[in-house]
Design a binder for this molecule. Structure first.
Ligand SMILES: [Mg+2]
Length: 349
């Protein structure tokens, strides 16, 4: 049985909410973003503004050059969040397997949805109709048996449209698909791919996994799989993240404290900081974990709300005080996160 995945993407989301709430803005070029002409950047703009060449992520001063009458609003995050919550309530009427990727974008796995005799095309149509009836906003949808294709498809009949890639058309679609459409293939990667003669899915399909992995590493392998019609990613219900941690198991056990501190400061801490990214503001506690050569495990946790390099070092030294000469097999550090951070996480994307 093929999976049925729907990717829903609201059209010009922030701006559409603004225009819905201020109808006098309709028929005018409107954007939401930073108003400062020196540092401002647009986050979204409507289709009228786009017809002037204005687009999201464009610096405000440049947008004004392209469209001097552009109206820029600073945005009301609270309203957008409310709309997003309403959207999720709608999605839940069709399936429990919903993965929000941002306030206005979500994947739905409707493989087991019994409505409309299981037709994902009709389910998507109904979801979009319901969104319009209840929120007066338009959404676009992509329907495909693979998650990454659903995402590509939702863009093809935008705004206020949908595109279906039925299982029997997957390979045909992939063959003609420019690789730049795949999320994860940025401008730089695409140029590199082009340089080696890979432009469309069919070029990847004509190559080999070994060659692609050699030339492009992980990206190469991932493209190979995707173009074979395999997506290793499934729709994952958002869970509240409780912790983020990194650890190292050594190839041979370490006894010297200097070496352990070196690994801590030069490997683990920078790695954890990088992975923590947007979660740095949500730290609730910090932990250090040690596994000794005899596999005994010790963990120490401190309530601490900042990312402080020194605290890990102090905690590690403290834990090691009670090791009775044993050498260390594994060191790990972890950030415990505040509870109910789900909404914050969504808005941070
Ligand atoms: Mg959108």
């Amino acid at each position: 049985m093929d999976n049925k995945i729907i990717h829903i993407d609201m059209d010009a989301f922030y701006v559409s909410v603004e225009i819905r709430d201020n109808p006098e803005l309709a028929n005018k070029p409107v954007a939401v973003g930073g108003k400062s002409s020196t540092r401002g950047v647009l986050s979204t703009c409507n289709y009228i503004a786009r017809s002037y060449g204005v687009h999201s992520a464009m610096p405000t001063h440049l947008a004004f050059l392209k469209c001097p009458e552009l109206i820029i609003l600073s945005g009301r995050m609270k309203s957008y969040k409310q709309v997003s919550e309403h959207l999720h309530r709608i999605f839940k009427r069709y399936t429990t397997i919903v993965e929000g990727v941002s306030l206005d974008e979500a994947y739905l796995d409707v493989s087991s949805c019994k409505l409309f005799e299981g037709s994902a095309t009709l389910i998507a149509q109904d979801i979009r109709k319901t969104i319009f009836n209840e929120l007066s906003l338009t959404a676009s949808a992509g329907i495909a048996p693979l998650k990454y294709l659903a995402k590509i498809a939702s863009d093809l009949n935008k705004p206020n449209g949908q595109y279906v890639i039925p299982p029997c058309n997957v390979i045909t679609f992939i063959n003609e698909m420019p690789l730049s459409k795949i999320s994860g293939v940025g401008k730089v990667s695409f140029e590199k791919l082009l340089h080696y003669g890979f432009e469309y899915g069919k070029d990847i399909r004509a190559s080999s996994e070994t060659l692609l992995t050699q030339q492009f590493g992980r990206l190469g392998r991932s493209l190979w799989l995707k173009c074979q019609g395999i997506d290793t990613k499934t729709v994952e219900v958002n869970r509240i993240r409780k912790s983020i941690g990194v650890e190292r198991t050594f190839s041979s056990d370490i006894k010297e404290i200097d070496k352990l501190l070196y690994v801590l400061n030069n490997k683990l801490i920078p790695e954890l900081k990088k992975r923590a990214g947007n979660y740095l503001k949500l730290i609730h506690n910090v932990s250090v974990k040690i596994k000794y050569s005899d596999f005994q495990l010790t963990t120490k946790t401190c309530l601490f709300s900042e990312f402080d390099t020194n605290i890990f070092e102090m905690m590690l030294i403290k834990v090691l005080e009670s090791r009775r000469g044993k050498s260390v097999r594994l060191v790990g550090i972890q950030l415990g996160l505040k509870e109910s951070n789900k909404n914050t996480q969504l808005s941070l994307f």
